[in-house]
Structure formats: C-alpha cells, structure tokens
Design a protein around this ligand. Structure first.
Ligand SMILES: NC(=O)C1=CN([C@@H]2O[C@H](COP(=O)(O)OP(=O)(O)OC[C@H]3O[C@@H](n4cnc5c(N)ncnc54)[C@H](OP(=O)(O)O)[C@@H]3O)[C@@H](O)[C@H]2O)C=CC1
Ligand SMILES: O=C(CO)COP(=O)(O)O
Length: 328
C-alpha cells in the first residue's frame, strides 16, 4: 500500500535536474507530472520510462508521467521549476497564462537575471507571492537521479510550504535541511558557479594546487561578504548550499561551470551551439555590477569577469589576481 504523501506534484523542465528531482519525488508521492517542452521527450518517458536525451541508460520510476503542456500542471499543489535562469521568467509567464495560480512554487535554478538582478525567487514573487521555496545544495543531478546520499538545503518565508516540500523531497538517502535565509540560499547557488569557473580556469592554465586552494578560500570568503551585502546571513555560506556546493563544483570534473573554466584556461573553443547550461558565465556580469555598486572588491568575481567578459588572457588575469591575493 502507498504510504507517501497524497499530493499532486509537478516539475517544469525535463532536463538533468528536473528529471533527477522527479525520481526523488516519485519515492514519496503517488504521481509526479513532469513537463517537457519537447514532445518527443515526453512521449519517450511515457512509453518506455526513459528520458533518452538526458538519461538514455536509466529506467525512470513509472510514477513519473510526462506532459507537453503546462496546462496539465494546473491541479498540482506543488510545482518545482528547474529550467535555467535564462528561460525562467518566460516559463513563469507561460505558467500564469495557462492558469497556474495556486500552487506552491519551488525553484532549483542557480542563476540571476541580467539587468533586473533578480533571483529566481524574486521573479516568482513578481508573478505570484513571496511564499516560494528555494532548494539548493551540492547536488549533482547525475547522483540525485540515482538517489545516492545527498543533502540539500531548503528555505522559504512560509513555514508551512517548507514542511510540505521537505515531506515531498526527503528520502532515506536524499536528506533535506531547512535554513532560515531565503536570499542567502539563492545567492550561494549563484555565486558558487563563479567560483567553479574561476577554479576551472586555474586548472586549465595549470596553476599548482597550493595556488588553486588559495583561490578557493578567497572565493569562499568573498561570497560571505556578497551574501551579507545583499541581506543574507554570512553563516549560510558555511552550510551545504555554501561550503558544500562551492567545493563540489570548484573541484569536480562533473561540474559544467568548472569544465567551462578548464576549457577557457586551455584556450579551447567553446561550442556555443548546443545549449549547455553555464550559469556562472551568465551571472558573472550581474554579480560584478552588484559588487561594484556595493563597493565590494571581490577579486575572484573580477578575475572571472576579466577572462569571460573582458576577454583577457587567462594567465595575465591570474597574474593580476595573484598580485593582490592577500589584500583584504
Ligand atoms: N545539473 C545539475 O547537477 C543541477 C542543476 N541545477 C540548476 O538547475 C537549472 C537547470 O539545470 P539542468 O537541469 O542541469 O539543465 P539541463 O540543460 O539539463 O535542462 C534544462 C531543462 O530546461 C529546459 N529549458 C532550457 N532552456 C529553456 C528555456 N529557455 N525555456 C524553457 N525551458 C528551457 C530544457 O528543455 P530542452 O531539453 O527542450 O532544452 C530542459 O528541460 C540550472 O539553473 C542549474 O544551475 C541545480 C542543481 C543541480
Ligand atoms: O549545481 C550543481 C551541483 O550542485 C551543478 O553544477 P554545474 O552546473 O556546474 O554542473
């Protein structure tokens, strides 16, 4: 007999993380409705329980039902949004237009909107309310999909919504820890991508390990300053979503942001055509603007900005960074 939560849960975005989190949720609810903007992906999932595009060799839980219209999520009490930040606002607009009004919205996207500098949660607030839930942590989708030991942090202004989301997500191996800092949690996910690119660049130009871990330490401490400056708690950086995710994505070759840095450091051409999600690349300009506005001298952000935006040679940018690395 089913012992989980009797709830309609939806997931928007049948990509790496959306599919992975659906697997986790499926362990706790009767049905997960997974929205794919591509009909073929939805059809494959429903026919064979396989997401051929993102996990071709993995059988998904048969409690996952894929749909190709956002209308089909109308009855969901909770909806997780897992599209990249670049498509987040458009997705919310479409959800609104399709009559999705009363669901608890959860964001797992680790990016920031250019120009408005809005976090994904703040964009949700524009269309809905401030009762959204943020999920973030050292959570590679490739491991989440297998329900391997993982911890994530969640935060919300609504205790009730937080409890509901925790119930939907927590499994024996996928642990969920609440923290009391919505904006800090979101910023941890945004900033660690920039650290990952920075450490990847250093690896790409073959900086020694002592040097690379100095860069990592510097980035960790600068993130604390940034989180505090935007109204978050500096201590949030010590949590899984902070320390854990910075380390994971700065070091692991599984990280796309880290890999991007390595390739740039090695002066290899980045293939722009295949839509790989590099949230760090997309957010560094906005984060640099925020730091400048707040008169924060964040050397790791500047380093990544110099390489990615100013197109400075990575080795030159590193030399400039290193000159001032011990300056507060
Ligand atoms: N991968 C990971 O380990 C983790 C990722 N995240 C975060 O989750 C977010 C998504 O990442 P991830 O799942 O890896 O990315 P993927 O590229 O694997 O999947 C993205 C999903 O969003 C859809 N999508 C892409 N662009 C748009 C758009 N403009 N409008 C609507 N839908 C769109 C894609 O559809 P289609 O297939 O048709 O392109 C796909 O379903 C990112 O912000 C990332 O930082 C968070 C934790 C872990
Ligand atoms: O956020 C992630 C793991 O926590 C995934 O990182 P990448 O986007 O760099 O692959």
């Amino acid at each position: 007999m089913f012992k989980g939560t009797k709830m309609n849960v939806g997931v928007v975005g049948a990509g790496s993380f959306g599919t992975a989190i659906s697997q986790i949720i499926a362990l706790n609810v009767e049905e997960v409705i997974l929205y794919s903007r591509r009909k073929k992906i939805a059809e494959d999932i429903n026919k064979n329980s396989v997401n051929n595009e993102y996990y071709p060799n993995y059988k998904l839980n048969n409690k996952i039902r894929a749909v190709n219209s956002l209308k089909d999520l109308k009855e969901c009490e909770v909806i997780f949004i897992t599209v990249p930040s670049s498509g987040f606002r458009k997705t919310l607009e479409e959800m609104k237009n399709e009559g999705i009004n009363d669901s608890i919205l959860v964001t797992a996207s680790k990016g920031i909107e250019p120009i408005s500098s809005a976090t994904m949660g703040q964009i949700i607030q524009e269309y809905y309310n401030d009762k959204y839930v943020v999920v973030s942590g050292p959570n590679f989708a490739s491991e989440v999909v297998l329900n391997l030991p993982t911890v994530t942090n969640i935060a919300s202004n609504s205790k009730n919504n937080l409890n509901i989301v925790k119930k939907i997500l927590e499994t024996e191996f996928f642990k969920v820890e609440e923290i009391d800092d919505v904006i800090g949690l979101e910023y941890c996910g945004i900033l660690k991508n920039i650290n990952a690119v920075a450490n990847g660049i250093c690896e790409g130009i073959q900086i020694n390990e002592n040097g690379r871990y100095a860069i990592l330490t510097k980035g960790f401490n600068e993130n604390k300053k940034i989180v505090e400056s935007i109204g978050g708690k500096p201590s949030t950086i010590d949590e899984y979503c902070g320390f854990g995710d910075i380390i994971l994505t700065s070091i692991s070759k599984q990280s796309r942001n880290h890999t991007l840095g390595v390739l740039i450091g090695q002066k290899l051409e980045i293939n722009k055509g295949h839509g790989v999600v590099f949230e760090g690349k997309n957010s560094v300009k906005t984060i640099k603007e925020i730091c400048d506005k707040k008169c924060l001298d964040c050397k790791i952000v500047n380093f990544v900005y110099d390489v990615l935006v100013n197109k400075e040679v990575a080795k030159t940018a590193f030399k400039n960074l290193w000159k001032n690395i011990t300056m507060k």
